[in-house]
Write a protein that binds this ligand. Structure first.
Ligand code: DGJ
Length: 783
């Protein structure tokens, strides 16, 4: 709901209120953001600072108005009028002047939200959920108009904002910075959490207290990046997963972004998010306009899990669109780590058969199927089938998979060009390279200039042909290098400071066209793993490869961080071989599954080399995942409190009738004493049954103790043991079962059975939990 009363704008969602007003000087003064306020009669005087004189050496707004913009919370801050904090808008006019002053002019309140694609992806929602406010501001002396557009999403406590600047004057201006969102807060008693990392360790949670000065979370590499995701959290000191006040911002954008969090000398906090001003310059001639990406804002007073729940709901219902929206995602096998570039058609078909046998639904052919690509030094750009590898051709190969009742998925990396390619020979100026300067290079490849219409046309045609030929059901859209040597000979570019943004607009235009032509293809975005995991890409591609790092232990931090801002349905999570290809670490197959199950499950290993034991395990894992797929992909995700050696995640349906818990032990602790599983998120009026998922243990894991266990658990005499052991490859994990009330689970917790500690073994009750051991507990409401 959006209302305006006596110059105060009240933007309310179910549980939050956002207030700002037009103050005496005509500025948009931010008043409040937080828990929902019921009272509607709000006075601006009570919520804004009262100053009779400037503070210290502060600058008064004018000779007649002593108010100091430096302590006014604002919706859009400008340079040159005494507010020395970071500005939301910076531009230069008249040979380098930059003073700006935007004053309220008019507004409109509209039902619903426009979702027309105008170059940038936008969130969407219908009239029953959304209201929109468009506020027009005018620069006091220049003919510039700024429209701030706010939309409320009542169903998930989200507010979005974007800004559009119009140049109504004959003089050209150059925009250096235009933030999508500004949020000014009264105090600085907040922690900032960012999601930082690098390749193979994306989006680790990084929380620290705010202190005077500016913290910048940004990307300058041309993509939203694994280094610093555009999503950020602010939280009160006492905020944890289940309690406390917190808020989040995020950006619907895939390129360079910048979040500035500034604590002023007066202890107020300013948050800005938008396109990164570094390297950005955008010329605006008469009658031209520039629109920022849309930013999102959400608040909760019930801890991080509730905040993430808002963000998940928003992504699933107001970002992801089209055929795959809220649809269960197929379980896939990807051949990358099984074969890398070295495959034949018959190898792939055998792999597909083995995958089908265990219940996999989608076969994904990764890198190496096109041009003359034997390694990563060639052929990007040449999107024609390599018939030496796929001897029957793309159409016939895909048909074989379809006949096996498997969906067919294909890897592409359309934004790139190899120097060693036919495309480069033909169009060297399509590569982003500065003429006359030796270019820097990433993974032996260059970026294609997607600002150019003819490049996009080429890609659209080449990709459409291959998608049609293979009748593809799924596309993995990869992007394996970041930007350098920015240059384009595209005549439409007036300043190279436009390039990065124009590239992203070009990418979105291409994706928009392809998705319209192939509405049923499931697209998964990838950028060397998770280097472009953002709401912009999710607007076109419903899922995203989280990380190339599939080591179960590493994935805990990666998936946990990613799930703060993005739903599990967006997260590609695979079980891979051991030793793990990124870390050489060994985790058992059950644990690899237990972690990968919290997202879109896939397998990325050579299924033709599995033992019978491993195949049986995978079959059971897939059957289990299929039973609870909707919860694993669309359930509410919560990180449960646990001691530091343990990671506990929960995912559940909205009614809390089925709850799945991951219990992961980092390091084995000998003779650990008693362990309790507390689940403070249950419905306390239910009675639940609790089971650990049945897992298998290899007899070999017991080494020379194995004979003792088999003798004690089966009663077989010693002399027959050797024979039995040869046949008996595995034993089942504990079969404990509890029937317990939700209240008991939430408040007291249940005692887990004794962990194996070398003093004996009960086949039904002893819990074997080596380093990196784990279980999934299934907690279901008793019928
Ligand atoms: C990087 C991706 O993240 C991998 O999964 C794989 O597709 C390779 N590229 C292929 O080159």
């Amino acid at each position: 709901m959006i209302e305006q009363n006596s110059g105060i704008f009240n933007l309310s969602t179910q549980s939050t209120t956002y207030l700002f007003g037009v103050n005496k000087s005509g500025h948009l003064e931010h008043l409040y953001y937080g828990e929902h306020l019921c009272s509607t009669s709000i006075s601006l005087d009570a919520l804004s600072p009262i100053l009779t004189n400037p503070l210290g050496i502060g600058i008064a707004y004018s000779e007649t108005d002593p108010s100091m913009l430096e302590i006014v919370k604002q919706e859009i801050s400008t340079p040159g009028k005494g507010d020395y904090r970071e500005s939301a808008i910076e531009l230069s006019y008249n040979d380098g002047m930059d003073t700006l002053d935007f004053i309220y002019s008019s507004h409109q309140i509209l039902k619903g939200k426009s979702s027309i694609f105008t170059g940038l992806p936008q969130s969407y929602g219908d009239n029953t959920i959304c209201d929109t406010l468009r506020i027009t501001l005018k620069e006091k002396e220049l003919k510039l108009r700024l429209i701030l557009t706010y939309t409320t999403f009542n169903d998930c406590d989200v507010i979005t904002r974007k800004a559009t600047l119009y140049n109504d004057s004959p003089a050209e201006i150059t925009i250096q910075n235009l933030a999508s969102l500004q949020l000014d807060l009264d105090d600085s008693d907040w922690d900032l959490t960012t999601f930082d990392g690098a390749w193979a360790r994306e989006r680790h949670i990084n929380r620290r207290p705010l202190t005077t000065g500016i913290l910048i979370n940004d990307s300058k590499s041309g993509v939203s990046s694994a280094d610093h995701n555009p999503c950020i959290f602010l939280s009160r000191k006492d905020c944890n997963e289940l309690h406390g006040e917190c808020l989040a911002t995020n950006l619907i954008y895939s390129g360079n972004h910048r979040e500035a969090v500034e604590v002023s000398p007066y202890g107020q906090t300013r948050v800005l998010t938008g396109i990164n001003s570094a390297g950005f310059r955008w010329k605006l001639a008469q009658d031209e306009s520039f629109t920022t990406p849309e930013a999102i804002l959400t608040y909760s007073n019930a801890g991080f899990s509730d905040l993430s729940k808002n963000l998940h709901y928003f992504a699933n219902n107001h970002i992801v669109r089209g055929y795959w929206k809220n649809k269960q995602r197929p379980i896939l096998i990807n051949n990358w780590e099984a074969t890398y570039f070295n495959f034949t058609e018959s190898k792939l078909i055998t792999l597909a058969k083995r995958a089908k046998e265990v219940g996999i639904e989608l076969f994904v052919l990764d890198d190496g199927w096109f041009g003359d690509r034997q390694d990563d030094t060639s052929s990007l750009g040449d999107w024609s089938v390599n018939t030496k590898k796929l001897t029957s051709g793309m159409g016939a190969f895909a048909q074989k998979l379809h006949e096996m009742n498997l969906l067919f998925g294909l890897w592409v990396e359309p934004e790139m060009i190899s120097r060693n390619s036919n495309l480069f020979d033909k169009h060297p100026d399509w590569a982003v390279i500065i003429p006359g300067r030796a270019p820097s290079v990433g993974r032996n490849q260059f970026i294609l200039d997607l600002t150019k219409e003819e490049v996009r046309e080429y890609l659209y045609t080449a990709l459409s042909q291959i998608f049609t030929l293979g009748k593809v059901d799924y596309i993995k859209w990869d992007m394996n290098r970041t930007f350098s040597d920015i240059y384009s000979n595209n005549k439409a570019i007036r300043n190279m400071g436009e390039f990065n943004h124009r590239y992203i607009l070009g990418l979105y235009a291409l994706l928009n066209r392809l998705i319209k032509t192939f509405p049923k293809i499931l697209f998964e975005s990838c950028a060397s793993g998770g280097n472009r995991f953002d709401l912009g890409m999710l607007s076109f591609m419903p899922q995203n490869w989280v990380s190339d790092d599939t080591d179960a232990y590493e994935r805990l931090a990666i998936q946990e961080g990613t799930a703060c801002g993005y739903p599990l349905s967006a997260m590609g999570c695979h079980v891979s071989a051991i030793p793990n290809h990124q870390t050489l670490r060994k985790s058992d197959l059950e644990t690899r599954f237990n972690v990968a199950a919290f997202g879109n499950l896939g397998y990325e290993l050579d299924m033709t080399k599995l033992s019978d034991f491993e195949r049986d395990i995978i079959k059971d894992q897939i059957a289990f995942y299929k039973m609870y797929r909707n919860i694993f992909q669309y359930g509410t995700f919560v990180k449960l409190p646990s001691e530091s050696n343990t990671t506990r995640w929960a995912v559940m349906d909205p009614q809390k009738a089925n709850i799945l818990i991951l219990d992961y032990k980092r390091r084995l602790k000998p003779n650990p004493g008693l362990e309790i599983l507390k689940v403070p998120i249950t419905n306390i009026s239910y009675t639940y049954e609790v089971y650990p998922r049945q897992q298998k243990l290899s007899i070999k894991d017991f080494g020379s103790l194995a004979e003792n266990f088999i003798a004690s658990s089966t009663g077989i005499e010693n002399k027959k043991l050797e024979k039995v052991m040869k046949k008996m490859l595995h034993i089942n994990t504990e079969t404990v079962h509890y029937e317990v009330t939700g209240e008991y689970l939430a408040k007291c917790g249940i005692h887990l059975p004794q962990t194996f500690g070398g003093t004996g073994y009960d086949p039904h009750l002893t819990r074997v939990m080596p380093d990196g051991g784990s279980r999934i507990y299934l907690i279901t409401r008793k019928k």
